[in-house]
Design a protein around this ligand. Structure first.
Ligand code: NDP
Length: 399
């Protein structure tokens, strides 16, 4: 019987709260805190058991410490924004509360997507005997755990990994992002990058395109992007020669994005408008649909997973490990679309394993450094069943 403090009442925060509420045997008390307490109350009103709500500015370490000291949680799940990773890690360290997040630290003024500043907490967490679990959403998160599972159970050596993130969902708007627009557009407009033979190789944004036939969705265009889980996976999967990340976008999405980019709306450099200073991307976020509002409108499925190839028992092997998730089924269960669902469910599953002492350790861990088996055993029942499909090792589906 444990207490969980959830920080962030957006799309993912809603799913995390619903899922924790479905498991009173683990999460006996829940507090949902966010900058805007009304959003927490709105989520609380959807549940059939009472939870606490609180207002907190997660940029403020002292305010977080005060909230943690008053609620006394056994674990904190951070699903606010990546800008708050460092302040929340600091507050957890000061109060001795285990920490879990779903996205790496982002500096508000610079798009970097790197783990350096969170890994810098390693010694202090280790000395304090406290645990921080980084990147336990879907990607990063589930995809890292698929890689760890493949490394432990399916291969002697993995040589190549391709992470494939496909969203076949349609929300009916001409243009909207499925999660926080600022973070989403920062990711997509950045240069593409992949890791090969110990080096990072760069491409122009959205310059490398392939097609892939996804189970449950059909044929989709995929674009090579940089994505944060590659930074830890290229270090933690031994013998790896190459890792790439691919995401699907429709032609309609790319056309809108190009126009917005061409007119300067995706910039994070603040500009003066009258007497106000505002970053165009922040303004764009304010005019785009709130991702949390897409749930009731979105139809279709996601298919996210990894293709790994390497050697098993002296023979070449290639597998596709993936989950298919249905937007409408997610909405029926937790009043949210599949992007928030596929992020929130791994976060809750990871927090459960930490509370039960199955995932344990002192320090800062990326999820592939933890045992994948208990996670993979449980994640299907939690709502994200997975499958392993053998592929022909001589055929490259991304050629
Ligand atoms: P939203 O923008 O929907 O929600 C973010 C929430 O954080 C909002 O409720 C917001 O509150 C709150 N918040 C923002 N700043 C603060 C602050 N200073 N103090 C307290 N609360 C704050 O985002 P999502 O729910 O879509 O995403 C949540 C996280 O999940 C993000 O970090 C995102 O990067 C990550 N993510 C990870 C994925 C993965 O697969 N690993 C996939 C998708 C998302 P308010 O509304 O009051 O401003």
């Amino acid at each position: 019987m444990s207490k969980v403090l959830i920080v962030g009442a957006g799309g993912v925060g809603g799913v995390v709260t619903h899922k924790c509420a479905q498991h009173p045997e683990v999460f006996s008390e829940i507090c949902l805190a966010s900058r805007n307490q009304d959003k927490c109350r709105a989520i609380a009103a959807q549940l059939d058991r009472p939870i606490q709500t609180a207002q907190v500015d997660a940029d403020d370490v002292e305010a977080l410490v005060a909230l943690i000291e008053s609620f006394q949680p056994d674990v904190l799940i951070h699903v606010a924004l990546p800008y708050q990773d460092l302040t929340i890690m600091e507050a957890c360290l000061r109060t001795g509360v285990p920490y879990l997040d779903t996205a790496n630290y982002e500096h508000p003024d610079e798009a970097k997507f790197e783990y350096k500043e969170q890994w810098a907490f390693q010694d202090r967490y280790a000395e304090a005997g406290n645990m921080a679990t980084l990147g336990c959403g879907f990607d990063p998160g589930m995809t890292n755990i698929y890689c760890a599972y493949a490394q432990k159970n399916l291969f002697d050596e993995i040589h190549h990994i391709d992470i494939l993130d496909a969203n076949g969902g349609d929300h009916g708007y001409p243009f909207a992002t499925n999660f926080n627009p600022e973070i989403n557009i920062r990711e997509i407009t950045a240069k593409g990058r992949y890791w090969e033979e110990g080096e990072w190789k760069e491409t122009d944004p959205l310059a490398v395109k392939r097609t892939f036939d996804f189970d449950g969705i059909g044929e989709k265009d995929l674009y090579l992007l940089y994505h944060e889980e590659m930074e830890s996976l290229c270090q933690n999967i031994k013998g790896l020669k190459r890792i790439r990340f691919w995401m699907t976008f429709s032609d309609k999405y790319i056309t809108h994005l190009k126009v917005l980019e061409n007119v300067g709306m995706t910039s994070i450099e603040p500009i003066k408008v009258g007497n106000a200073e505002i970053a165009p991307l922040e303004f764009l976020k304010a005019v785009l649909p709130d991702p949390a509002s897409l749930g009731p409108r979105t139809k279709g499925k996601t298919n996210i997973g990894i293709i790994a190839d390497g050697i098993k028992d002296g023979k070449r092997r290639k597998v596709h490990i993936y989950n298919i998730c249905d937007h409408e089924a997610c909405y029926r269960e937790v009043q949210s679309q599949a992007i928030s669902y596929t992020t929130g469910v791994p976060a809750v599953t990871g927090a459960m394993l930490m509370l039960e002492g199955i995932w344990k350790g002192a320090g800062v861990f990326n999820v592939e450094q933890l045992d994948p088996d208990p996670f993979m055993d449980r994640i299907g029942d939690m709502g994200l069943p997975w499958q392993v499909v053998e592929l022909d090792p001589d055929h490259d589906p991304l050629a």
